[in-house]
Design a protein around this ligand. Structure first.
Ligand SMILES: [Zn+2]
Length: 301
């Protein structure tokens, strides 16, 4: 256990875990160019956990990749089709199988004939452990486990396995332009929710290190705006988690171990949904103190 002398009572209370500093006036239903042959289509699925909605990225010039197809929403799929503009699609890349990220892979594959790249769907035993919104119908044509390189030159993508938010989470790096599609792992507008048992804080921190080591300069997350200084944001997120870990550790040192009580002490002004998210994150901190690991046998299935 990581005990700390810091008093939980003296620890500064935090603002809500979900910041809302993303740009107002988000554009739904049409592609918005970013640069370097990358454009973004924003799905109209804004919620507490998704910010203004899911970002689906269209990458390339004559031949395209789609990164994070998004939710099962016909209007969104039609907007991505507009962005494709009749060009050929070489691959549909999924960051992870939460329902706001992967379901549109199926209709987009049907439209374009492109293969789906991603990490395996959750086995039913694993899926039964969580009430997170999981895409149980997900099928990948190409199973990725991290370390793969696809394409070459300007259009080369490196695959990173980044568990923590979710066990099958992948990030995708365009090394030539220093751009990292960071999925839900690192976002600018909010920290990500870690829901045990499938979410795991120790894995999350290890994945942060992996991302930092890529030397990426810019993050394009699956929710919210681009982050122009990748390393600064990655370090900020790590520092925030470690600050929270010390606060939770101080509670534990005083014999306070109920996530509900710890959240009441550490967080202010949370809506009902965000209270649940905060309790999950506190459970993830407690699991890390206990060195609790997800069931590796189940994870391997
Ligand atoms: Zn997610």
């Amino acid at each position: 256990m990581n005990k700390t002398s810091q008093s939980a009572q003296s620890a500064q209370k935090s603002s809500p875990i979900m910041a809302t500093n993303h740009k107002a006036g988000s554009v739904y239903g049409r592609p918005v160019p970013i640069d370097n042959g990358i454009s973004v289509v924003l799905a109209d699925n804004a919620k507490d956990y998704t910010g203004p909605g899911t970002n689906t990225y269209v990458v390339g010039d004559e031949r395209l990749w789609i990164i994070d197809p998004g939710p099962a929403d016909a209007a969104h799929v039609a907007a991505v089709e507009t962005a494709i503009a009749g060009r050929s699609v070489d691959g549909i890349f999924v960051t992870h199988t939460h329902l706001d990220h992967s379901p549109a892979a199926k209709p987009l594959k049907a439209l374009t004939g492109a293969p789906v790249y991603g990490s395996k769907k959750l086995c039913s035993k694993l899926a039964a452990l969580t009430d997170e919104d999981v895409d149980l119908d997900f099928e990948a044509d190409h199973e990725l486990s991290g370390g793969e390189t696809i394409g070459d030159g300007k259009w080369r993508i490196d695959v990173l396995h980044t568990p923590g938010h979710f066990p099958n989470h992948l990030c995708y790096l365009l090394p030539e332009v220093g751009t990292l599609f960071s999925g839900d792992h690192v976002m600018g507008w909010s920290t990500t929710v870690i829901v045990p048992p499938l979410g795991n804080l120790a894995d999350y921190l290890a994945s942060l290190t992996l991302l930092e080591e890529t030397g990426a300069t810019r993050l394009l997350p699956s929710h919210g705006d681009a982050v122009e200084c990748a390393v600064t944001r990655i370090r900020e997120v790590r520092n925030h988690r470690m600050m929270r870990h010390a606060q939770v550790g101080a509670c534990v040192a005083r014999g306070i171990t109920e996530p509900e009580t710890i959240v009441d002490m550490l967080y202010d002004d949370l809506t009902a949904r965000l209270i649940e998210a905060a309790r999950s994150c506190v459970r993830a901190h407690l699991d890390m103190m206990d060195e609790k690991q997800p069931d590796q046998e189940l994870m391997a299935q």
